[in-house]
Design a binder for this molecule. Structure first.
Ligand SMILES: [Cu+2]
Length: 505
């Protein structure tokens, strides 16, 4: 009798525990999905970053950027932030192909930072990676000749182990390259009118309204926010006054990928990716961007309508659990488009856009494997003093890149724009057919990337390649390459960075 009673009690307790566990499991499962669809009040006009003023000095276009602390209104009072020439984010730099630019980067923060020109082809010493530290109170003045197709590039800090925090607090901005030969006049191109930069970032706040950069639960990708800011504006709307509007989308988030589209299923023209315009416009209803990637899309609107740019659940391809815990199941309203009652006409998007010189497999002199797993690449974590590859100036290489983890990674290469030769052995889809510098890597899909290391050789100063999920990059998923002269060998890479660079201010 007594044994039976004990067994019954034990059974009930076990049953209750199981129910609790199942309940907790369901709760955790459901808590991992964020949806702000139709829940965002679009009450604030979208901020458009100002174009950075510049001046010509001795034939060079000179910009001034000042990294500084400030406060920004995300709709929760004053939040401490960082920005360039302002409280949050930075102005849009704009220069023409062929121009020699100088950017005076002054660090008015109380700690060291760097500024990297993401997507830019330039000498390694101007790249702004972990070896070009800008100490507090100092100014760094890199200079280079802009020489690449018209493109939507960007800039952000890139110091070893601390990039995530600096970007998250607000240090980022766009850098537009102009080049008539690789532009299309029929595309909307009036900055801030029908050609709109959109820096999309997810943010999380603590109860005091401060930015919360704690890592998301179980995701292993770092911070995933539930609040989207576009150019720093939360709940933004854009007054559209033209039949067509070009949106230059930048995923400036630390970890989150977006799958952009519209609730009414409308199609839009994908006209450009990271490194410039596509050969032909791609008619689609979705474009996915992982951290650091850009896309230029042209959206057609009808007079008087309102529609919302939304991010949909996306195929991160890390499995049901993996996608769930890394933001892949989320739906986020991004930006409301408010079309005026009368719209100024804009030409249709031409089918053919620009010529795209194809890099040929037969020209590649080197193939290199890059396997990403466990916060390392090819089993090695970032080491400031180690050179992982030394391509020769002028040479073409194929980099075979694969994500061997069950978690989202992407791959960014400095200095070059590459072409995707194959994705999983097949020809790339249209959105990967143009110039790229960052590509999303679903697990166990091999990408063959082809690139030419033209112009700049410096055996002693490395460029970086890395995962652009900033938490992974900071954790060591990064490596270094130097471009050497033909027949040259890598030099000695300084593991102590040039902190004393530049003048004190
Ligand atoms: Cu990663």
């Amino acid at each position: 009798m007594r044994l039976r009673r004990v067994l019954a009690i034990v059974g009930v307790v076990v049953l209750l525990l199981c129910m609790c566990c199942a309940g907790a499991g369901v709760w955790i499962w459901n808590a991992q999905v964020i949806s702000t669809a139709d829940r965002v009040d679009f009450t604030r006009p979208l901020a458009v970053p100002p174009l950075a003023p510049s001046r010509m000095e001795a034939g060079r276009r000179v910009f001034d950027l000042r990294a500084q602390a400030g406060e920004h209104d995300f709709g929760r009072g004053a939040t401490p932030t960082w920005g360039f020439n302002g409280d949050f984010l930075g102005p849009t730099l704009r220069a023409a192909r062929g121009e020699q630019v100088v950017v005076n980067v002054t660090n008015a923060l109380d700690q060291t930072t760097t500024v990297h020109w993401h997507g830019m082809h330039l000498p390694a010493e101007a790249d702004g990676g972990p070896h070009q530290l800008v100490g507090a109170g100092r100014t760094w003045s890199p200079t280079w000749k802009v020489d690449q197709p018209a493109a939507t590039l960007w800039y952000h800090p890139h110091l070893h182990g601390e990039t995530a925090g600096h970007v998250y607090r607000g240090l980022a901005g766009m850098f537009l390259v102009d080049d008539p030969a690789t532009s299309v006049a029929a595309l909307p191109h009036e900055y801030g009118v029908d050609d709109i930069p959109l820096i999309v970032q997810d943010k999380k706040f603590d109860s005091g309204g401060k930015l919360d950069d704690s890592s998301s639960f179980l995701g292993g990708v770092g911070v995933l926010g539930d609040t989207v800011a576009v150019n720093g504006t939360v709940g933004p709307y854009l007054d559209v006054t033209t039949e067509r509007v070009r949106l230059r989308l930048l995923n400036g988030s630390n970890a989150r990928s977006y799958e952009f589209g519209f609730p009414d299923g409308r199609r839009f023209a994908l006209v450009g990716t990271d490194g410039g315009l596509l050969e032909s416009a791609h008619d689609t209803d979705r474009i996915m961007l992982s951290p650091g990637e850009r896309a230029e899309i042209v959206v057609t609107v009808r007079p008087g309508e309102r529609t919302v740019l939304r991010s949909y659940p996306q195929p991160l391809e890390t499995g049901l659990l993996g996608d769930r815990f890394t933001g892949g199941g989320d739906t986020l309203d991004i930006l409301q488009l408010r079309a005026a009652g009368t719209l100024a006409p804009r030409p249709a998007v031409p089918q053919r856009l620009v010529g795209m010189p194809r890099l040929d497999r037969g020209d590649a002199v080197q193939q290199r494997p890059f396997k990403l797993s466990g916060h390392a690449i090819n089993g090695r974590q970032m080491d400031m003093a180690r050179v992982d590859a030394a391509p020769e100036r002028g040479s073409v290489e194929i980099w075979k890149v694969v994500n061997n983890d069950g978690t989202p990674h992407n791959f960014h290469i400095h200095d070059v724009q590459f072409q995707v030769l194959t994705r999983g052995g097949a020809a790339p889809p249209p959105q990967l057919s143009g110039w790229k510098d960052t590509v999303y890597l679903p697990p166990n899909v091999t990408f063959e990337l082809i690139m030419r290391f033209s112009d700049y050789a410096d055996a002693d100063t490395p460029y970086m390649f890395h995962c652009h999920v900033l938490y992974h990059e900071d954790a060591g998923m990064m490596g270094q390459f130097v471009v050497v002269p033909p027949g040259g060998k890598p030099g000695v890479v300084d593991h102590v960075s040039h902190l004393a660079h530049g003048a004190h201010h």
